[in-house]
Design a binder for this molecule. Structure first.
Ligand code: PEP
Ligand code: MG
Length: 857
């Protein structure tokens, strides 16, 4: 099969084959937009190369592609002829899924020592020619030959010091020539000489791009975003155009709408007299595109038209890169722009209202998992002191955390459960781990389209970039801001919506309601069949969930009520009780607490179902740690001594699989009766007050129908007194799923506890797996973390089987899901046709509603 396509041949081929960049270029070329000639080496070739280390016949196809580029540009590769400059190309990676900055690129490829002379002659600009060569040497040296970029930067700084100049711009052509020779000699001495044959350069670069698919930062990125490991990258080989030929040249990035707010209008940044990588790398801070209106109105007008045509062609917000070579505009890339959750919603709604897309498309356009980002807090300006710094508002939301200057520092704070703010001069793709784990990101340099800004928005991490008054010394673990020293660990607050940064922890305020989101959800709701409830065990959570549109509570965990300080002594007396009287007294007190708790929650959810789950954790969780008890007992504390003996008796080697849930409730039926009576009594009192409580009760962790039968009998005793309410069981052990047909006739509903079901299906402790699961995913052993996203193949199979068999055995059976997966979009879509409702934590109720609607479209 063909593996190299010219843009003109590539029209209509898939993104999977051409990669996003190649596909975008082919589409733009087809739409008549100005694109420099290029060809694409397919992802298929990359996959073959990574599998076998070679692609027979590829080189002939590449040669033919180069011949075509020579024809289209009228230039010769590697050597200028007469007055024509040589054909130089860029070699870029382009995966089917956008992975900004994660893989490698080489620019100015094809330049040789003779080529430099020809380029200098043709452009009349020897400085530019030598600058192009030294850039090629540094990029090629890094990407293909494996030298560290600091080495080239170091040699550049050394030369500047020798010449006594401060900036790169102050170096003349001879200086850059000298630098190029130093680079060449360095690479030679290192045993990795730079190939002065342009064809060898090309071959090396294409192979390096193939291999860059496997580099560690690309793998990390794929893990974070759940991108499959086996896609491979395409390679785009494109005739170079130069943005660094003078003041009438430049390079920029444009968004057809504002990626932070979604506001319609051309938005972006431009760097005069610079090459493309300078913008994305965030090394120099570019100027807003708006400024072009002043000194290049024609260009600005042209960009506006390009933006309009791009949107009409792609029917989505585009993020495009362009270069201006001596006043002439070229588009180098376009892709659907990354955007904040706010922007995603606004763009989808407004595009539907403009008639560019349908309402259904608008609903599908918004990544449901990103919605919690919409609800991110901001700094409370009424309580905020004067900001220490102001930068660009790159990713909304406010964050409070400890200053960390390196990935490692962020990881250290994270390991201690402390929030960190990553503070960097600028970020590079190497910083991805720290950016992912940090609560906020702050950089001294870079614009709104710098790496830091793009990645932070994608991750949903609040970020302030380009805080020019900040000087960061990562090696020394400190930074300076307006004369104030920030040391590692100091608390910082930043607001990515305003760009302000404060010393210390500043109070935050929750986000306000979102009218546009309401509109989008109103378009989505008619397509939703799956019910959405919330996991809530406090009245505040219940009220918040209801405001987000929850249709009831799918899981109210009662143990949280036991943990409260005023109840704990009574819980402990219950555990210690040696006589029925002692137990009865403790239960009596707890009954009063529970009844009040239930009343408040039922009241907050008046008219909607509230599923109360009876006590689940093992009793020892309510006791102080053994060591503490032992110490106190030693000091003569008698109560501690009794608790210690009880705690030792209750101690289990594996409490997760121990005396908890149904096992505990059936062998300590006093607890069962107390909780259920409190619930029934609470409902009764509310009804008497004129309310409409809808309680349901559920038993956790059953594994056998006999347990359910016994629990039901206990419940029936109270139902006879108060009247019945829906009675259900969690299905969270594999055995309960396997025996669903026998259990279903005994209950009114199942609620799948996918946290435990995942834990037990995988044999993977949910409390400890965090220590190694990320590595498992990184190594490609698991495609994603099954504690976050439901494993459809295994756990999903258990769930489907139990749902189907349960329903067959009891046609009136209601089915819900209440594990963490209940608020994860992919998992919600999976169960959308299988169950009656899902239950999500309050902030993820919106995600669940949208995902469930998307499943119906
Ligand atoms: C579950 O196991 O999925 C569940 C909802 O219960 P918990 O997380 O409380 O064990
Ligand atoms: Mg559970």
């Amino acid at each position: 099969a063909k593996r190299v396509y010219l843009l003109s041949e590539a029209r209509g081929l898939s993104r999977d084959l051409l990669g996003g960049k190649g596909h975008g270029l082919a589409e733009m070329a087809a739409a008549g937009l100005p694109v420099p000639p290029a060809f694409v080496v397919t992802t298929e070739a990359c996959r073959q190369y990574l599998r076998t280390g070679e692609v027979p016949g590829l080189w002939e196809e590449v040669r033919a592609g180069m011949a075509a580029l020579e024809g289209l540009t009228g230039k010769r590769f590697g050597l200028g002829e007469g007055k024509a400059p040589p054909l130089l190309v860029s070699v870029r990676s382009g995966a089917p899924v956008s992975m900004p900055g994660m893989m490698d690129t080489v620019l100015n490829l094809g330049l040789t020592l003779e080529g430099v002379e020809a380029l200098a002659r043709a452009t009349g600009n020897p400085r530019f020619a030598w600058d192009s060569l030294r850039r090629l040497l540094a990029m090629y040296g890094e990407v293909v030959l494996g030298e560290r970029p600091e080495v080239f930067e170091g040699m550049l700084s050394a030369l500047k010091a020798e010449r006594g100049v401060g900036t790169d711009a102050a170096l003349g052509p001879e200086d850059l020539e000298e630098l190029a020779y130093r680079y060449l000699r360095h690479l030679e001495a290192r045993g990795t000489p730079f190939p002065l044959d342009p064809w060898a350069q090309l071959q090396g670069a294409i192979e390096a791009v193939f291999k860059s698919w496997q580099n560690p930062r690309a793998r990390t990125y794929r893990r974070i975003y759940g991108i499959p490991e086996d896609l491979g990258t395409a390679v785009v080989v494109q005739a170079m155009v130069f943005g660094n030929l003078g003041e009438d040249s430049g390079t920029g990035v444009g968004f057809t709408r504002n990626p932070a707010t979604g506001e319609k209008g051309l938005y972006g940044e431009y760097l005069r007299n610079a090459q493309g990588e300078d913008v994305v790398a965030g090394v120099r801070t570019p100027e807003p595109l708006e400024r072009l209106k002043g000194y290049a109105p024609g260009l600005y007008e042209e960009l506006l038209q390009v933006a309009e045509r791009l949107e009409r062609h792609f029917r989505d917000m585009q993020d495009f890169e362009f270069t201006v070579e001596r006043g002439r505009l070229f588009l180098l890339q376009t892709r659907a722009g990354k955007r904040t959750a706010q922007a995603a919603v606004r763009i989808a709604v407004e595009m539907a209202e403009e008639g560019l897309i349908s309402r259904e498309e608008a609903v599908m356009r918004v990544e449901a998992n990103a919605l919690p980002g919409l609800l991110r807090p901001s700094v409370d300006r009424d309580q905020a002191p004067r900001p220490l710094l102001k930068g660009l508002p790159a990713s909304p939301g406010a964050a409070v955390g400890h200053a960390a200057f390196t990935n490692e520092a962020v990881e250290r704070f994270h390991a201690q459960g402390l929030p960190a703010v990553l503070v960097r001069p600028e970020t590079t793709p190497e910083d991805i781990t720290g950016m992912y784990l940090a609560k906020g990101i702050l950089t001294a340099r870079g614009g709104l389209t710098s790496h830091a800004a793009v990645v932070a928005r994608g991750l949903g991490v609040p970020a302030v970039v380009g805080a020019e008054a900040l000087r960061v010394f990562p090696g020394e673990g400190r930074a300076l801001a307006e004369g104030v020293e920030i040391r590692e660990g100091d608390l910082l607050t930043l607001d990515g919506g305003t760009g302000e940064v404060y010393l210390g922890a500043v109070p935050l305020v929750e986000a306000g309601g979102e009218a546009l989101l309401e509109k989008l959800l109103s378009w989505a709701e008619p397509h939703r069949r799956l019910g959405v409830r919330a996991n809530a065990d406090t009245p505040e959570d219940a009220r918040r969930a209801r405001a987000f549109g929850a249709e009831g509570i799918g899981l109210c965990r009662t143990e949280h009520m036991f943990f409260r300080e005023d109840r704990l002594p009574w819980v402990r007396r219950l555990i210690l009780a040696e006589t029925p009287e002692e137990e009865a007294l403790a239960l009596e007190r707890l009954f009063c607490f529970q009844k009040e708790d239930f009343k408040e929650i039922l009241r907050a959810m008046d008219g909607l179902p509230v599923t109360v789950r009876l006590l689940d954790p093992p009793l020892h969780e309510f006791l102080p740690p053994l060591e503490a008890l032992a110490r106190r007992a030693e000091e003569g504390d008698e109560e501690a001594g009794r608790l210690l003996r009880r705690a030792e008796a209750l101690k289990e080697a594996n409490p997760m699989l121990g005396f908890r849930g149904a096992r505990l409730l059936l062998l300590r039926p006093g607890v069962f009766r107390m909780q259920l009576r409190a619930l029934l009594e609470a409902a009764k009192e509310l009804r008497e007050e004129g309310h409409d409580p809808r309680p349901e009760v559920m038993v956790p962790l059953v594994a056998d129908p006999k347990e359910v039968e016994r629990a039901r009998a206990l419940a029936e005793e109270l139902f006879r007194e108060y009247g019945p309410i829906p009675f259900g069981t969690m299905v969270e052990t594999p055995r309960a799923a396997l025996l669903a047909a026998e259990i279903a006739p005994l209950v009114d509903f199942f609620s799948f506890g996918t946290n435990d079901l995942t834990q037990m299906a995988f044999g993977l402790s949910r409390d400890d797996a965090g220590k190694f699961l990320p590595r498992y995913v990184e190594e490609g052993l698991f495609p994603f973390d099954p504690t976050e996203r439901l494993d459809e193949k295994g756990v999903g199979r258990l769930l489907r089987m139990a749902a189907e068999e349960g329903r067959k055995a009891n046609p009136r059976l209601k089915l819900g899901l209440c594990g963490e997966h209940g608020g994860e979009a992919g998992s919600v879509r999976f169960v959308a046709d299988l169950l009656d409702y899902t239950s999500a934590s309050p902030f993820r109720v919106l995600t669940a509603r949208l995902a469930a609607a998307q499943a119906g479209l």
